[in-house]
Design a protein around this ligand. Structure first.
Ligand SMILES: Cc1cc2nc3c(=O)[nH]c(=O)nc-3n(C[C@H](O)[C@H](O)[C@H](O)COP(=O)(O)O)c2cc1C
Ligand code: SF4
Length: 426
């Protein structure tokens, strides 16, 4: 497939305005400035674009939840979620560092669509180069009159502010992000009200992921039908960035159509298994928060929202982690549990206590002190965490745990019985 989202990656000075414009950049914004906001929303709806931040909610539909016209006392805001903290996920970083103007262009078009004059880009604190590149790009665009007053003679004005986070995974959750952006502690809150009614400063706000926003200029420039023609069906459309890590020869970020076969991604893009002769054991397809797949489940499996949901897992952030036959699955699960226990904001009892208990039990098993009843206990604790909390972080810890125990039960039992791993090299 022709590279579209990553077409500027690898080009000299790809982050500069001059380079971006020479390669056709900001033409889509110019076109969008001649379109009515509802026309832009309509095009994005038709394209079938679904949010690339994890949940896969249709972007055009989300935009249409914003009020029709801003009330004088209730301005609209667009917020770009560049927090990217899900383990195994590093796709937004590639776009931010290599093509910051593509993201700015996407932000501006989206802002016009939701009738906003102010964009905040919330970038994770660890992305130092990315934040610098975005600030430089915004300064260049402001200087050139692309950001600011009366953009392309449309009468519409818009500014962009880059804000750096301080390194908390939970600040990627949209309501926590908005609190953090306002200078508060990043604690999720119950929805509704959704940000479209009550967002930053209590005003109507749309929150979108970096990759989602980078798709928008492509849709405006090449058309919704072009975007829709990529992918397996109408519900799973467009180009997609896949993060590939673990036991593959060439880990990295790869652009391919939505719905590429998982094994093709591993073989063709990743160069196959890292060590010759070792067999595939498991894949986490969408970042650490989604259920794991056994090797036999990967046969013929497509990497899109609906195919993965049918297989009992999720596309999530497309953070694809590959594990060969030597992997100690109990150790992997303990590591994942450690992350969620550390990152829980602590507001909800099932999450605060549950993530801690999962970690404690897994640690007990791993250190050779496991009890026969521990597997049922893990399942019971995880079960009480699902769907009982303010935000989905508790589910994000519980779902992988349940899938690891049910799909690799023999490995957990071996640990409990013999006090050590059953894998060859662990
Ligand atoms: C714990 C948690 C962490 C999240 N982290 C991110 C993140 O780093 N980046 C992101 O875009 N969305 C993240 N999300 C999803 C956002 O809440 C939100 O759904 C997303 O930014 C919406 O953008 P989209 O519609 O373009 O996908 C996270 C959600 C949860 C529950
Ligand atoms: S589920 Fe966990 S992270 Fe989410 S609000 Fe509750 S305690 Fe905080």
């Amino acid at each position: 497939m022709e590279k579209v989202l990553t077409r500027n990656v690898g080009i000299a000075d790809s982050h500069r305005l001059e380079t971006y414009r020479a390669r056709g950049g900001y033409r889509a914004l110019e076109k969008a400035c001649r379109m009515e906001p509802d026309e832009i929303v309509g095009a994005v709806k038709t394209s079938g674009l679904r949010g690339r931040g994890g949940a896969g909610f249709p972007t055009g539909v989300k935009w249409s939840f914003m009020p029709k016209e801003p009330h004088p006392d209730r301005p609209h805001y667009l917020v770009c979620n560049a927090d990217e903290s899900e383990p195994g996920t590093f796709k937004d970083r590639l776009l931010i560092e290599n093509d910051p103007h593509l993201l700015l262009e996407g932000c501006l078009i989206a802002a016009r669509a939701v009738r906003s004059s102010k964009v905040f880009i919330y970038i994770r604190g660890e992305y130092v180069l990315g934040a610098r590149r975005l600030e430089q790009a915004a300064a260049e665009a402001r200087e050139a009159g692309i950001i600011g007053q009366d953009i392309f003679g449309s009468g519409w004005s818009c500014d962009i502010v880059v804000h750096r986070g301080a390194g908390a995974y939970i600040c990627g959750e949209e309501t926590a992000l908005l609190d953090s952006l306002q200078g508060g502690r990043g604690n999720p809150r119950l929805k509704p009200p959704f940000p479209a009614q009550y967002g930053i400063y209590g005003m109507p706000t749309t929150v979108n992921n970096v990759e989602t926003l980078c798709c928008v200029p492509l849709i405006i420039e090449r058309g919704a039908d072009w975007f829709k023609s990529i992918g397996p069906d109408e519900r799973n459309t467009g180009p997609k960035l896949y993060c590939l890590s673990g036991h593959v020869k060439r880990p990295g970020v790869y652009e391919a159509p939505m719905g590429i076969e998982l094994l093709e991604l591993i073989e063709e893009f990743g160069g196959g298994m890292l060590r010759e002769g070792r067999k595939l054991k498991a894949v986490i397809p969408g970042g650490s928060s989604v259920p794991v797949l056994r090797a036999e489940e990967c046969q013929g499996l497509r990497m899109d929202f609906d195919s993965l949901a049918k297989a009992g897992t999720m596309l999530g952030s497309a953070g694809t982690m590959v594990m060969d036959e030597t992997t100690d699955m109990v150790a992997v699960m303990e590591r994942i549990a450690h992350f969620y226990a550390h990152e829980s904001c602590g507001q909800c009892t099932p999450c605060r206590e549950g993530t801690g208990w999962l970690l404690k039990i897994l640690h007990r098993i791993r250190s050779g002190r496991g009890r026969p009843e521990d597997l049922d206990l893990l399942d019971s604790v995880a079960g009480h965490m699902m769907g009982t909390t303010i935000c989905p972080l508790a589910d994000a810890a519980a779902m992988p745990c349940r899938s690891f125990v049910s799909k690799f039960r023999e490995e957990f039992e071996h640990y409990i019985r013999h006090g050590r791993s059953m894998t060859a090299t662990a």
